[in-house]
Design a protein around this ligand. Structure first.
Ligand code: HEM
Length: 511
């Protein structure tokens, strides 16, 4: 995959010059020298002039005012890093924000988190929640509100054994998904087609039920359509010049509201059905199998409204993310047939063409895990990385950063940095294999799921879903790029998403 990076690096190379400040890279940019030499927030190098205007300054960095597309904001991050160095100060809306490109600084920030790590909220979602008079969702809450929902959910979803019981159920879903391809020699309309699998998987996690999303004719159901619409709007609103949706129910807002209402009512429908089943089971003295919804409902201290918001977040958060991740993983394997072949030999040894996969089967396939890590590295799944706002001052690179400063932790840029990952434009899963090409990777250089008490709550589940689907698909088919395809152009809409529907050719495995 090409990332339009080479040209960008050439552009910024001309701007760089040796540095006087105490940063760790060998050459540092001219702008760094222009800092006042002090050690406060405002002394940190970064864009100046009109870019420092509150509210509008940030927007001026992007089209139509510059060549950078906001939906590929990671390219701008890289340009900032190359121009200003490993710590960059940028005017956001009203506040100043920092962009961090050194894994040691990222570690320092993560380790300074308190028990309620804070991110910026999504204004569109906050406006929706306020208008609907519903509590903030897990991903959009901060402080005690967030902790009240996160604590119990985390105990259920992130404990090491949490996903073990789901493996056989998810492999049955993967078998159905592979079956749905049997009349076709193509895997097309991605990531929509893969959303059939991920929606079915997240239905199993949340409600222990099959939603019936898998089709043999690539039907795009309203659930998938509205999930995309919801995330598209959540991604796009961050880039709007004038957020009219805050003042009145604009067309943009109404589209978001329709999608959100649909998804919440869909989640509600399943919640109500799960509750009715539970009631019936207990009336008949029958055992019921636990699931996330029932576990949360039986957690003291969580209100039904909070349970509903958490479940809906997990439900929505789990559909698009997994499908896009699988799309780019399969692309990398199709684009690197030698790597796919090596992976196939592992899969053939451990995975049946049809039938159960257990959690420990996955643990026997380190190369599969290495392929996913490397795929996340070559195309970071979320725009740049996560964000933190600390409740205490911190010193980074000798600068005193006051509490409350939003800090973007730019893992995506680090993952594409030759300094940390030699041959960074190549897909080399071996770099994650012990005893092979593995170099000592700073663990804070590659954190696709974030870190600490606020890291992705769906991580274990997401990884399991991806491993099982990839293993089943590759056990049955060789995945090949259609003639002439060398790339999947993408943009960020919360998650990295193909710009156009992608497709792969499928060649049936005889062995
Ligand atoms: C497969 C790819 C996925 C990636 C790369 C991913 C990545 C992330 C990241 C980076 C965060 C922010 C972490 C932080 O701030 O430290 C996050 C949060 C979150 N993720 Fe994921 N995620 C994925 C899949 C999922 C799945 C499958 C689910 C649900 C089953 C999920 C549910 C959530 C939720 C609810 C949050 C908000 C957590 C909170 O704020 O407490 N994610 N994710």
């Amino acid at each position: 995959m090409r990332y339009a990076r080479v040209r960008l690096l050439a552009d910024v190379k001309a701007l760089t010059a040796p540095c006087r400040c105490s940063v760790t890279t060998t050459t540092q940019p001219v702008e760094a020298i222009q800092s006042t030499g002090g050690n406060n927030l405002m002394d940190i190098p970064g864009p100046g002039g009109i870019y420092n205007l509150p509210y509008f300054g940030f927007r001026l960095h992007f089209k139509p005012f510059s060549k950078y597309d906001m939906r590929l904001i990671s390219e701008k991050y890289e340009a900032w890093k190359n121009k200003y160095g490993p710590i960059v100060r940028v005017r956001l809306g009203k506040p100043w924000g920092l962009y961090l490109f050194d894994p040691d600084d990222i570690e320092k920030v993560f380790r300074s988190d308190n028990k309620h790590p804070e991110r910026l909220t999504l204004p569109l979602l906050s406006v929706y929640e306020k208008r609907q008079k519903i509590p903030p969702s897990l991903a959009n809450a901060n402080g005690e509100d967030w902790y009240a929902m996160r604590g119990p959910t985390q105990k259920i979803m992130l404990r090491p054994k949490a996903v073990t019981k789901y493996a056989p159920k998810i492999s049955a879903i993967a078998d159905d998904f592979v079956d749905s391809l049997k009349n076709s020699d193509r895997l097309e309309n991605l990531p929509f087609k893969l959303m059939e699998y991920s929606a079915e998987g997240v239905g199993m996690l949340c409600f222990n039920t099959r939603l019936g999303c898998i089709t043999s004719d690539n039907t795009v159901t309203p659930l998938m359509d509205y999930t995309k619409e919801y995330l598209d709007h959540l991604g796009n609103h961050l880039y709007s010049m004038i957020p009219t949706y805050m003042l009145y129910k604009s067309k943009f807002y109404k589209e978001f509201e329709t999608a959100a209402n649909f998804l919440y009512s869909e989640a509600d429908k399943h919640i109500n059905k799960a509750l009715a089943d539970l009631k019936q089971a207990s009336e008949n003295g029958l055992e019921h199998e636990s699931n996330l919804l029932l576990d949360l409902l039986s957690t003291p201290g969580l209100t039904p409204a909070q349970v509903q918001r958490t479940i809906t977040d997990v439900f929505i958060g789990g559909i698009d993310s997994t499908a896009n991740t699988l799309t780019f993983l399969l692309f990398n394997l199709a684009n690197n047939p030698d790597k796919q072949e090596r992976l196939f030999q592992d899969i053939k040894e451990h995975v049946p063409k049809k039938g159960e996969i257990q959690e420990d089967t996955i643990n026997k396939m380190p190369y599969l895990k290495a392929c996913l890590k490397e795929s996340f590295r070559t195309l970071f799944p979320i725009a740049g990385g996560t964000l933190r706002i600390l409740d205490k001052d911190i010193t980074l690179k000798g600068y005193n950063i006051p509490k409350g400063t939003p800090m973007q932790l730019c893992s995506g840029t680090i993952c594409r940095d030759e300094q940390y990952f030699p041959q960074n434009d190549k897909f080399i899963p071996e770099r994650w294999m012990r005893g092979e090409a593995r170099t000592d990777v700073n663990p804070f250089a590659h954190l696709p799921f974030g870190f600490g008490p606020r890291k992705c709550i769906g991580q274990r589940f997401a990884e399991q879903e991806v491993y099982i689907c990839a293993a089943k698909l590759l056990r049955n088919y060789r995945v090949v790029l259609p003639p002439g395809v060398t790339d999947i152009p993408y943009y960020y809409c919360i998650f990295a998403t193909p710009k156009e529907p992608a497709s792969f050719l499928l060649e049936k495995r005889q062995d």
